[in-house]
Write a protein that binds this ligand. Structure first.
Ligand code: GLP
Length: 261
């Protein structure tokens, strides 16, 4: 796994946005896998800037989000539908019909999950998946012990994740839904490129386990060690538990020109 350590979340996010922009310029019909949470916000801000001031055209792009809470309607301010609208979609020119987010209000959740998998397949698969990571190593909402071969399905959120996310729900854990629909770990692993972002000391342990620990369902992000091109882009505080951080810096600083972002 390639690990890129940057001084600040902003610097790391510029790298993530450049990777996405480069892909879209090379392949205007790119299929992007998108994430929510606080982590990708600066990447979205940079993409919006690239669109508004540097002519990045997203009009032929298709997007698939990782996950959605079960039971929150799209208009609920904490739904991931609302999050994407507010933080990316309404500022750029991706046609609404080509943005996809699991429907957490579906009456038949297994049917919805199968439909979502079909839609990803129908679009030709995901070219680049953007990921955050939970403090327990979850990706999407694939909590520890998730099957590393799992597909889009319903999951029960852990108490810890509900606690972590309570800050978006007036600090009240009782308001955080118990269930979600999430792409599976296997679904994520089929993406042709993966960019995992993590910022802050709170993520240091999860990142060290994901990048340097054994591959284990106890830290679902650790399966990315098996992805041929996964990149992990983190800030200094998120890098503090990595044993080989000096080596990662050395690799990044000595990249051949053609490999630079
Ligand atoms: C949320 C999302 C994940 C996200 C993670 C971290 O629960 N489902 O996709 O990566 O938790 O969130 P944050 O970026 O706010 O730390």
């Amino acid at each position: 796994m390639e690990i890129i350590i940057q001084p600040t979340p902003e610097a790391a996010s510029v790298i993530a946005a450049r990777l996405i922009a480069r892909l879209v310029r090379e392949k205007p019909t790119a299929v992007l896998g998108l994430a929510t949470g606080s982590t990708p916000l600066a990447t979205y801000r940079e993409l919006i800037r690239l669109h508004q001031t540097e002519g990045l055209d997203l009009s032929a792009v298709t997007t698939f989000n990782l996950d959605e809470y079960v039971g929150l309607p799209p208009e609920h301010p904490q739904s991931y539908h609302a999050f994407m609208q507010e933080n990316l979609f309404r500022h750029v020119n991706i046609p609404a019909a080509r943005t996809h987010i699991p429907n957490g209000m579906a009456k038949d959740i297994p049917w919805e999950c199968a439909r979502y998998e079909d839609a990803i397949r129908g679009a030709g698969g995901i070219d680049l998946q953007l990921l955050g990571i939970g403090s327990d190593g979850h990706i999407g909402f694939n909590e520890p012990t998730s099957s590393l071969a799992s597909r889009t399905r319903i999951k029960t959120l852990t108490e810890r994740t509900r606690q972590d996310n309570a800050r978006f729900f007036d600090g009240d854990i009782a308001q955080v839904p118990m269930h979600c629909v999430t792409m599976g770990v296997g679904t994520i692993m089929e993406s042709r490129a993966v960019v995992l972002l993590a910022f802050g000391e709170n993520k240091a342990h999860a990142i060290a386990e994901a990048c340097e620990g054994p591959i284990t369902a106890m830290n679902p992000a650790s399966i990315l060690q098996m992805h041929p091109t996964a990149k992990t882009v983190i800030d200094e505080p998120a890098s503090t538990a990595l044993r080989k951080r000096d080596y990662y810096r050395y690799v990044f600083d000595n990249k051949p020109q053609w490999q630079r972002v």
